[in-house]
Each structure stands twice: as structure tokens, then as C-alpha cells.
Design a protein around this ligand. Structure first.
Ligand code: FAD
Length: 519
């Protein structure tokens, strides 16, 4: 295959998501390396990408969002397929996500180090988080309403104290949700990190370009293949996320030999861990009808939407400028110390029967919860060498007794909060899952199987030193020269919270490792 004459880079970064934008910024700061950042999606010019509540729009737009159907999981003869969403534009998933900013628990990162990822621990990650936060300008919303006050007091009555944390400390209890929002605008990884980097002459950004695979010379990466053309580079860094990075490796002949053979891809290197160890936060949602208009349900349609759009345009404030109000970390019956459940609260409820994004007509609120450290393990594999064919995602949700027990406790806690004073005086009834979900373990798990996931997948190119590790602790693909992976896929275990901040902190740390190796 002919090399695209004239284009040769020191480094090519594949994917301009949370991790890719941070890397592109840090690796071009000293001006000495010529870097190409390649993104499958378009530039982030849509105004809805920058207005916090715009995600209702952008997640419904196939130009800006990937939709990956999962393989059906079977539970009691009921087979269910889900659709996993991911961002497809500059900023990646950080451009379309729910903007909740959570670092995770220090024990998560000490656990990575203890599990074989030498050089990764809580203090090192804390430094990376602080550095990321300087650029991001995280905000903690201070809005108080009758509903948020009632939720905080009811959570207290249910055993969850109110926290008044600074950003980055996510302890036990309920608190306001730190968000990647600044002055009413979303702070995606692209707005915070790529915008300043794009002014540098040593960074080229190519959009609307889906990379087919890594170009290989034996066991060395020599560039990328886009639309059948090679672009050469001294080294390649995959930042395509936990779904696409393992798929890219497998399409390049790096992965479990049996999977590559079945997919018809010539084997460059048998690396059995690629695509395994998939962990995802499987959420379960509850919604409640309220007896008073203290919610936001009416704010996103009709003349109120017009009024709110005007308000937003003039002041960058109002309902279109915010995201989830409150976030809690709780303990299941299996935990003695570390929180193992996250619950997120919204001042709206969705009409889930509508078949599209719509809000309930009656006043309502929503809570959703998930086990923070799921132990069920799924896989992502390609079934064909065709880059246009979606990878096969097998989530294997709720497969372990641990995940089921924590999920059951999470549901009982959400219901306990809704039934506690003073929220009990505002709640008319549970509308979702409602009467179809009893209080017995079996019916809670059946309801959880029907619900969605959080788009927090990790682990499919895990870092470590064991036989199933895909990258070493310096994030180099094992057995291959000049190829790294830097994104959520390298996380060996799930972090205790949402995954955007950890993805950016991983990239910050990776930039240090890469620069050290090149020095
Ligand atoms: C709807 C939604 C809501 C979420 N809510 C939150 C939240 O509130 N808080 C939070 O912390 N986390 C949230 N997350 C999760 C978080 O945003 C992600 O875990 C994180 O952004 C992942 O970062 P990443 O760098 O691993 O991948 P991504 O940010 O997904 O970046 C991957 C990039 O690679 C590009 N790409 C993929 N394949 C190719 C290819 N072959 N060639 C070129 N480019 C390619 C993609 O288009 C994308 O831009 C949410 C995610 C979603 C989708």
C-alpha cells in the first residue's frame, strides 16, 4: 500500500476524545514534535454541543453520536439488546456527556498499582487531576430549590449525610454535583485542551476521518490507514475509547488469535487480553410523580423552552445551563467503609414510553444508581476486518452475585429516600419502574436487566503485567513497538464514579510517561 507522500509525523493520535485532546495539548506544548490528531467525527461547531442541556439534541444526532447495539444478554429467557452511545466529534464523549465531574476514590488508583500497574497510585493521579482541573474550571452548582432541599433532607433521614466537598473529594453522603461547565458553557476536553493547542503550528487536526487500522511493519507500528491510505508516523497512540481501541488493535492483527482467525484478519501478534475485561456501570432508574410544580419537566418544551433559550442566550443562565443537581455515594450491605453505590438525582422525569426524548407532563423527579465496582466482565471483539462493521459488544451485565446484591440494595435505598420526610410529602407515586418492580430480589434484578448503562465502559485494553494485560504500565502495547493506548480502555478496574475525569487524568499522566521515554 502506498504511503501518502509528504505526510510523516512524529506521532499520530487516533481519536479526539477526553484522552486524545489532553494528549494532543500536552505532547505539542514544547513545539519539538509534529503531531497529527485524527478524529472520525466532525468539528464541534454545533451550538448544542456547548450549551449544557444541548445533550438532549446532540445525543439524537447520528453525525455527533455513535450508536452501538450490544449483543443480547439473556436473563430468565428474556433476551435484551441495548444501545451504547458515544460522542463522535472533537471532545469525543466529553462533548455529549452528562458533565458530572468525579475523580473516583484514591483506593481505585492504589489498587491499579497493587495489581501490577507500577507507577500508578493515588498521589500520582491526584496530581494529574489537579492539573486537569486547572484547565477545565469545574463548577459546583449552588442552586437550591424546594425539591433539592427536600431530597437532601430525605437522604439524611435515610442515612446519607450532606457533604460540602471541594471539587475532587467524593466522600460518603449526598452533595451538589461538580460539573464540567463554566459560565454556562460546557467544558469538553476539546474546549479546555484542544482549542489552545490548535494554535500551535506543530499540531495538525484531521476531522471526518475514521482510521481503518494501524499500519504495521512486522511488530512495529509505522502509521495509520485512513480510507485505504497510509499516513506514516514515528509512533501511534490509540485514544479511540473502550469500544474502538480494542477493535482497532484487532483489525490491525493484534489480539486473541482465535478471534482474529474467525474475523478473517491476518495475525500480527497474538495478544489474548485485547477486548476482554470489559466493565460497565449498569444503572437502574427510578422516577417519581410529584404533587407540586417544583420540578423542571415543563421547562424544555413549548413557550417555556423559547423563554429559556432566550434567557440562556442573554445570560448563559436558566434551565438550559445546568445538568444533574445532586449526586450521592452510599454503602450497600456488603460494604463496611468505602461507598460502593452512586446515586444521581434530577429535577425532571422522562416519558420513557414516548420512544424519543420527552419529559413527563406531570411534575416528576428521577434517581438512578449503580454499583461502583462491578465485577461482571464482558468482551468487545470484531467479527470482520471491515472498519465499517460495528464490533460485537457482549456486556454480560449483572452476572455476579456481588453486582446483583449491590444493585438490589441501591434500589431499596432509592425507594427509602423517596419515602423519607420531607420528600414523602411531595411524592405521589413511583412511575418507573413502578408496580412491575416488587421489593423482592428477583423482580428488582429483572427490572435492572431492562435498564440502560452509563456509557462508562473501561478495561478492554487493560494495563498491567499479567498474561491478559494489553499495555504495560507505560501504556505501550505489549510485544509491539511504537504503539500505545491511552483512554478508558487501559483502566484495569472500574473507577468509583463517572469516567470522564479519570480518562483525562490518565492522559495527563501518559503525557509524562511518553515525554520521559522520548527524553
Ligand atoms: C451519553 C454519555 C453520558 C456520560 N456522562 C458522563 C458524565 O456525566 N460524567 C462523566 O465523567 N462521564 C460521563 N460519560 C463517560 C465519559 O464521557 C467517557 O467515559 C469518556 O469521555 C471517555 O473518554 P475516552 O477518551 O476514553 O473516549 P471518547 O471521549 O469516547 O473518545 C474517543 C474518540 O475517538 C473517536 N474515534 C473512535 N474510533 C475512531 C477511529 N477509528 N478513527 C478516528 N477516531 C475514532 C471517537 O469519535 C471519539 O471522539 C458519559 C458518556 C456518554 C456517552
Amino acid at each position: 500500500m502506498a504511503e501518502d507522500a509528504g505526510s510523516h509525523y512524529d506521532m499520530i493520535i487516533v481519536g479526539a476524545g477526553s484522552a486524545g485532546c489532553v494528549l494532543a495539548d500536552r505532547l505539542t506544548r514544547n513545539g519539538r514534535r509534529k503531531v497529527l490528531l485524527v478524529e472520525a467525527g466532525p468539528r464541534d461547531t454545533s451550538p448544542f454541543l456547548h450549551m449544557p442541556r444541548g445533550f438532549g439534541r446532540t445525543l439524537a444526532d447520528p453525525r455527533l453520536t455513535w450508536y452501538y447495539p450490544t449483543e443480547p444478554d439473556t436473563h430468565h429467557d428474556e433476551a435484551r439488546s441495548h444501545v451504547w452511545l458515544r460522542g463522535k466529534t472533537l471532545g469525543g464523549s466529553s462533548a455529549v456527556n452528562g458533565m458530572i465531574y468525579v475523580r473516583g476514590q484514591p483506593e481505585d488508583y492504589d489498587g491499579w498499582g497493587a495489581g501490577g500497574a507500577t507507577g500508578w497510585n493515588a498521589p500520582i493521579m491526584a496530581r494529574a487531576f489537579r492539573a486537569v482541573e486547572e484547565e477545565l474550571q469545574i463548577e459546583i452548582p449552588q442552586r437550591r430549590t424546594i425539591l433539592t432541599d427536600a431530597i437532601i433532607r430525605a437522604a439524611g433521614a435515610a442515612g446519607l449525610p450532606e457533604r460540602h466537598d471541594p471539587v475532587g473529594v467524593d466522600g460518603f453522603g449526598i452533595g451538589r454535583t461538580p460539573a464540567t461547565i463554566s459560565h454556562g458553557r460546557r467544558r469538553s476536553a476539546a474546549t479546555a485542551f484542544l482549542r489552545p493547542a490548535e494554535r500551535r503550528p506543530n499540531l495538525d487536526v484531521m476531522t471526518d476521518a475514521k482510521v481503518d487500522r494501524v499500519a504495521m511493519d512486522g511488530l512495529r507500528a509505522t502509521g495509520i490507514v485512513v480510507d485505504g491510505k497510509i499516513i506514516g508516523a514515528g509512533s501511534v497512540i490509540l485514544c479511540a475509547g473502550a469500544i474502538e481501541s480494542p477493535a482497532l488493535l484487532q483489525r490491525s492483527g493484534i489480539g486473541p488469535a482465535a478471534i482474529l482467525r474467525a474475523a478473517g484478519v491476518p495475525i500480527a501478534h497474538d495478544l489474548p487480553g485485547v477486548g476482554g475485561n470489559l466493565r460497565e456501570h449498569k444503572l437502574i432508574m427510578t422516577q417519581f410523580e410529584l404533587n407540586r410544580r417544583i420540578d423542571d419537566n415543563r421547562e424544555f418544551s413549548g413557550w417555556r423552552l423559547l423563554r429559556n433559550a432566550l434567557h440562556y442566550g442573554l445570560t448563559r443562565g436558566g434551565p438550559l445551563s445546568r445538568t444533574y443537581d445532586l449526586n450521592a455515594f452510599a454503602r450497600s450491605g456488603l460494604s463496611t467503609r468505602r461507598p460502593d453505590i452512586q446515586i444521581t438525582f434530577s429535577s425532571f422525569s422522562l416519558d420513557l414510553a414516548a420512544g424519543k426524548l420527552a419529559f413527563d407532563r406531570a411534575p416528576g423527579m428521577q434517581m438512578f444508581a449503580y454499583p461502583l465496582k462491578p465485577t461482571s466482565e464482558g468482551r468487545i471483539d470484531i467479527a470482520s476486518p471491515d472498519p465499517a462493521a460495528p464490533p460485537k459488544i457482549r456486556p454480560n451485565y449483572l452476572a455476579t452475585d456481588y453486582d446483583r446484591r449491590v444493585t438490589i440494595d441501591a434500589v431499596r435505598l432509592m425507594r427509602k429516600i423517596a419515602a423519607a420526610a420531607p420528600l414523602d410529602e411531595l411524592v405521589v407515586r413511583e412511575t418507573w419502574p413502578g408496580p412491575i418492580m416488587g421489593d423482592d430480589d428477583q423482580s428488582i434484578i429483572a427490572a435492572a436487566h431492562r435498564d440502560q448503562s452509563c456509557a462508562h465502559a473501561i478495561g478492554t485494553c487493560k494495563m498491567g503485567t499479567d498474561d491478559l494485560a494489553v499495555v504495560d504500565p507505560r501504556l505501550r502495547v505489549r510485544g509491539i513497538e511504537a504503539l500505545r493506548v491511552v483512554d478508558c480502555s487501559i483502566m484495569p478496574t472500574q473507577v468509583s464514579g463517572n469516567t470522564n475525569a479519570p480518562a483525562m487524568a490518565v492522559a495527563w499522566r501518559a503525557a509524562d510517561l511518553i515525554s520521559e521515554d522520548l527524553a
